[in-house]
Design a protein around this ligand. Sequence first.
Ligand code: ATP
Length: 201
Amino acid sequence: MKVVGLTGGIGSGKSTVAALFAQLGVPVVDTDLIAHQLSIPPSPALEDVAAVFGKEYLGSDGALDRARMRERIFEDPAARIRLDAIFHPRIRKAAQTELASLSDGPYALLVVPLLFEADGFRGLVDRSLVVNCTQEQQLARILQRSGINRSLAERIILSQLPPAKRLALADDILENNGSLSELQRQVEACHDRYLKWANDH
Ligand code: ATP
C-alpha cells in the first residue's frame, strides 16, 4: 500500500483535509492522535518526560503539562530536541504498526504536522501533500479555537518551517484559502490522481 504524507502549518487545514480523504474511503493514520495516545497517563513516554525534565512537567493527574512544556521548549532548543527524542521514535513506530495493520488498499494518508521538520518521518511516506493557506487565514483559524492567543499563535507559526520551504519540498499542494466546498473539490481531484498513481506503481 502506498502512503501519502499530509502536512502543513498549524491551522492550515490538515485535519479538515484528512476528514475529506476519509470520506472518500482513504484510511487515515494521524500522528497527532498517536502522540495523544502516547501521552495518556501512565505511559512509558511520560515516565521518560519525568526522568528527563522533572515531575513538575506532569500535572497532579500524571498528564503532560502541555503549556509548561511548550514554554520550556520555546525557550530552550536543546529541550525540544530531548522531548522529540522521547516522542518521535515512539510515534514513528506506532505509525508504522498502524499502517501495517490496514487492510490492503491503493493508498493510505499519514498526517504528520512536522513531516519536513522532524527526522525520520519522510522515510514512512511515498509522496508528500502540503495544505497551504495565507498566514492571515492560518491566524484567523487558529484564533477561532480556544486555548491559543494571538502571540502564542504567531510564535508557533514562526517556529515552524517557512511556507516557501514547505512548498518547495511538497510533491503536491492543496490551497486552502477558500470555502470548504472548494477544498473538497481539490481533495476529490487529488484522490483521483492518487488512485491512478497507486495503481500504476
Ligand atoms: P492543527 O495544526 O492545529 O492541527 P489543522 O492544520 O489540522 O490544525 P484544521 O483543524 O483542519 O487545521 O483547521 C483549522 C480550523 O479551520 C478548523 O476549525 C477548521 O474547521 C477550519 N477550516 C479549515 N479549512 C477551512 C475552510 N476551507 N473553510 C472554513 N473553515 C476551515
